[in-house]
Design a binder for this molecule. Structure first.
Ligand code: FAD
Length: 405
């Protein structure tokens, strides 16, 4: 008897239906307003927290779902509601995953709950890796962490950019270089606790899409951190640096890359949520919009467009679910399947939302209809968490075994 199945189990279906209800009743109706306001939708994050959708327990449960598809299913539904609000709700998880991936059990227990706060006092967290001169090239980052033996403190200096929730977060996770001569292998991740002097928000960016999500620079000016804020601890870091100095490669992954790798299929699932939302609007519109005496879907040209949209969305979801299942079952990503899923889902969201705008004609170009916003929101999915070009680079290196540049 075969055990292969693509059917989500009862637990995943329950999560899907629960999140879909929240996305349809709370998120979608508020989407246009928060997109225009370009502000973090705190009341909606709070409502999500009250319902248990914005909580460490909820994400931990999905993260450790043995099938792997708990997180992608949750992401797809939330982002079907709206991507800007969706990212405001799940942006914290990027920092949480960094702590889960690199922290000790004690650090996870201390910092992860503080990232979410409580339903009466919600907090968000930020993951700060990118810098003005280090985007795709994470190894070029210049934020420096210097250890002071006498006080067992780390002192951080530098400027981070593009940080989701940067400056408004309670907890910031910052990737810094400890030994610049070692490139990516000389980096480490640090927790900056709430209220730490020296951390401030720089410019807040006005964006093309996902405008409800806060994106800003984070300035670190002689930020002093107790030794225990180094994720993974000093002993582990010293061993890692010693190996790097001897030229021994235990694994090619550095702190930032470990975080990105774990989160890529989940980001792909967000893109699928946007694509599915736009496809559904376009399908409804095509059935009801009459031109030349018949619904526009009666034209093969329009119907085939919808057929292609649906096919690509389902193909993207299969790639995301495969990568998520592989991660959950500890299978090696020999062909960079995580990157594949993010690449294809991100490009699909951009393409599908563009087709949806076309099917809605002039209405698709206005803010009276949601596909214009969905199209703007989709554009980030070929940029953040590794651009589409970087995903192709990672896949090309994995499949060829060559150091493609
Ligand atoms: C809204 C938003 C939210 C973000 N949130 C976060 C966050 O929370 N935390 C965080 O750390 N970062 C975050 N980022 C940063 C994001 O990950 C970077 O923008 C992204 O990695 C690209 O870096 P860059 O913008 O510097 O572009 P660059 O690296 O300068 O790339 C510019 C162009 O060159 C191409 N390119 C670069 N190198 C190569 C190559 N070797 N081969 C082929 N093409 C190449 C790129 O694909 C791209 O098209 C966010 C960005 C945005 C816009």
């Amino acid at each position: 008897m075969s055990t292969f199945s693509l059917d989500p189990g009862p637990d995943q279906i329950a999560v899907r239906d629960w999140l879909h209800g929240f996305a349809a009743d709370v998120v979608r109706p508020a989407a246009a307003e928060w997109d225009e306001r370009e502000e973090t939708p705190w009341p909606i994050i709070q409502e999500a927290a009250k319902l248990g959708i914005y909580s460490l327990e909820f994400y931990a449960q999905q993260y450790f779902d043995p099938s792997g598809v708990g997180i992608p299913i949750a992401m797809e539904e939330l982002f079907w509601g709206d991507a800007g609000i969706g990212l405001s709700i799940v942006g914290t998880t990027l920092a949480a995953v960094a702590v889960l991936a690199n922290g000790t059990d004690e650090q996870i227990g201390t910092w992860a709950p503080q990232m979410f706060g409580t339903p009466d006092d919600v907090k968000v967290a930020a993951f700060c890796s990118s810098e003005p001169d280090a985007g795709s090239d994470v190894s070029a980052l210049r934020t420096r962490a210097v250890y002071e033996e006498a006080t067992d403190e780390w002192v951080l200096n530098g400027t981070k950019t593009w940080a989701t929730n940067g400056g408004i977060a309670a907890v910031h996770v910052v990737v810094a270089t400890v030994d610049p001569t070692l490139g990516a292998r000389g980096q480490a991740s640090f927790v900056v606790p709430p209220g730490t002097p020296g951390l401030s928000q720089g410019q807040k960016f006005k964006k093309h899409g996902i405008r409800a999500s806060h994106t800003a620079e984070v300035v670190l000016d002689s930020v002093r951190l107790p030794g225990h804020c180094l994720l993974g601890g000093k002993e582990k870091l010293d061993e890692r640096l010693a190996r790097a100095r001897e030229g021994v490669r235990k694994s090619g992954r550095n702190a930032a890359m470990a975080t990105f790798e774990a989160s890529r299929p989940a980001v792909g699932a967000q893109a699928i949520g946007i694509a599915r939302a736009a496809y559904e609007v376009a399908l409804d519109y095509a059935k009801t919009r009459v031109q030349f005496g018949r619904p526009i879907i009666d034209n093969q040209g329009v119907a085939f467009q919808l057929a292609d949209m649906k096919t690509r969305i389902d193909a993207a979801r299969l790639l995301v679910w495969r990568a998520s299942w592989m991660a959950a079952t500890n299978q090696p990503f020999t062909s960079a399947e995580g990157s594949m899923s993010k690449l294809y889902a991100g490009e699909t969201a951009k393409w599908v939302t563009a087709q949806a705008m076309q099917i809605l004609g002039g209405n698709g170009f206005t803010r009276e209809y949601p596909v214009e916003r969905m199209h703007r929101d989709s554009a980030i999915y070929s940029i953040f968490e590794g651009t589409s070009e970087i995903q192709r680079l990672v896949i090309a290196r994995a499949v060829s075994g060559l150091p493609i540049r």
